[in-house]
Design a protein around this ligand. Structure first.
Ligand code: RNT
Ligand code: ZN
Length: 421
């Protein structure tokens, strides 16, 4: 880098400022580089998938907006993802849903999916040095229209979804094996009721039983890890969700599964940050779905707000970066979808950086019992020059600095996205 590079100059000044406060910036950047973020493939096509028997998005998942340029094919989705990864510092992962398989124009129902339907994704991930994560798709299907899947009162329907989830785990293991990077397979089901149920017990008993059937076969934890995702309420399941937080917390602890904490799945003022250090006392690893709830929607693009910083603060500074798998989960069809991915992912990484840089000094004030200093430093930290460190990090990783990525997305929109129907 040339001597008079203003980004480098600003970085050196910032580094000195942090050093005076006892913070080692280079060390923070080394940690940051090792934290992968799992990008959710479904931001690219409004949670549509590539099945050939259509079916509208359902089961409480709602995507609003009709910004032009959404991906219609696996190749389009991969191209959009490649563009996105080129704008984000570090090496990351991709989180796929089962209905993004490539079925060669055939109708392959959910209970018949196989690793071969994901061969292109695996080859692509290998070529791009990405890890893969996976999810059974238990929504937007004829057999989920009554709102119940694994907890359905109909045995045949339960069996169908159990088979789907069993196959999904096996696909996850195939991905983990092929890439040499453990896949986290996350089970989220929409099961719930719009209005007050008379019986909350039977569906939960059925869900526990179905999950035990899904997880019966032991898979190598090097290849696949299972996660279960609770939710408080959804659109159309306002009064009752079978897989509640307590249900899955108990399930994950007793069955040694990962618990998935989705930032949009709790009471509107309840954050997930404080849950991380609590649940990690009783389980080795968890998965995060980082999202942003706004009123009744749980899936707005992630911004650099206090909630995000609170989540980030609980991860790397505690040395939990190997135990907390960070995934994103939001969908916005009202803006450019590549930009939506880029904004949210850059913010997740930026939040980790900010908290890695601020925490050492605040912790030492707390350890010495000086809460006056703790509060003073917490506030001073808000205007420390982390922006200069972030810019330098982006430049050193060969990705655009500041809003330069936006020009790149705009030109991609003009050349590629605007040509799509
Ligand atoms: C839904 C869950 C779930 C989904 C994705 C598509 O409320 O958050 O994780 O968003 O699986
Ligand atoms: Zn989620």
């Amino acid at each position: 880098m040339p001597e008079n590079n203003p980004i480098e100059t600003a970085y050196r000044l910032a580094q000195e400022r942090y050093a005076a406060l006892g913070v080692d910036v280079e060390h923070a950047l080394k940690i940051l580089l090792q934290i992968p973020i799992s990008l959710h493939c479904w931001q690219g096509d409004d949670v549509g998938g590539f099945e050939n028997f259509g079916g509208a998005l359902g089961n409480g998942l709602a995507v609003t907006g009709n910004y032009p340029g959404k991906a219609h094919t696996p190749d389009e989705l991969r191209a959009d993802l490649e563009k996105t990864y080129s704008l984000i510092p570090g090496k990351h992962r991709l989180n796929l849903h089962a209905f993004y398989g490539e079925f060669g124009g055939k109708k392959v129902d959910r209970d018949a999916i196989e690793p071969k339907h994901f061969a292109n994704w695996i080859a692509w991930a290998k070529k791009n040095g990405l890890g893969l994560d996976f999810n059974p798709t238990c929504f937007s299907h004829q057999k989920s229209v009554d709102g119940f899947t694994l907890s359905n009162a109909d045995k045949g329907i339960r069996k169908f979804w159990i088979e789907h989830c069993i196959r999904s785990r096996e696909i996850g293991a195939a991905m983990g094996k092929a890439l040499g990077k453990t896949c986290v397979t996350n089970v989220w089901i929409p099961d719930g009721m719009k209005d007050t149920p008379a019986d909350r017990v039977s569906p939960r008993e059925r869900l526990a039983e179905s999950l035990d059937a899904v997880f019966k076969k032991k898979l190598s934890p090097k290849e696949n890890l299972d996660a279960v995702e609770p939710k408080l309420f959804g659109i159309g399941s306002e009064s009752f969700v079978v897989g509640s937080h307590e249900f899955y917390l108990g399930y994950a602890v007793s069955r040694k599964k990962l618990l998935t904490l989705d930032a949009g799945h709790y009471h509107p003022t309840e954050g997930i940050a404080d849950k991380i250090s609590s649940v990690l006392q009783f389980m080795p690893e968890i998965l995060l779905h980082v999202s942003r709830g706004v009123r009744w929607d749980s899936d707005h693009v992630v911004i650099l707000n206090d909630d995000l910083l609170a989540i980030a603060r609980e991860i790397a500074v505690n040395g939990f970066e190997k135990r907390v798998h960070i995934g994103l989960d939001y969908f916005d069809a009202s803006i450019n979808r590549v930009a939506a991915w880029t904004i949210g992912t850059r913010n997740m990484i930026r939040a980790l950086l900010v908290t890695l840089l601020e925490t050492p000094l605040i912790r030492s004030a707390e350890a010495s019992g000086d809460y006056t200093t703790r509060l003073a430093l917490q506030e001073e930290a808000k205007t420390l020059p982390f922006g200069a460190v972030w810019d330098y990090y982006c430049e050193s990783q060969g990705v655009p600095v500041g809003d330069a990525w936006l020009a790149d997305v705009k030109s991609y929109e003009k050349i590629v996205l605007s040509k799509r129907n």
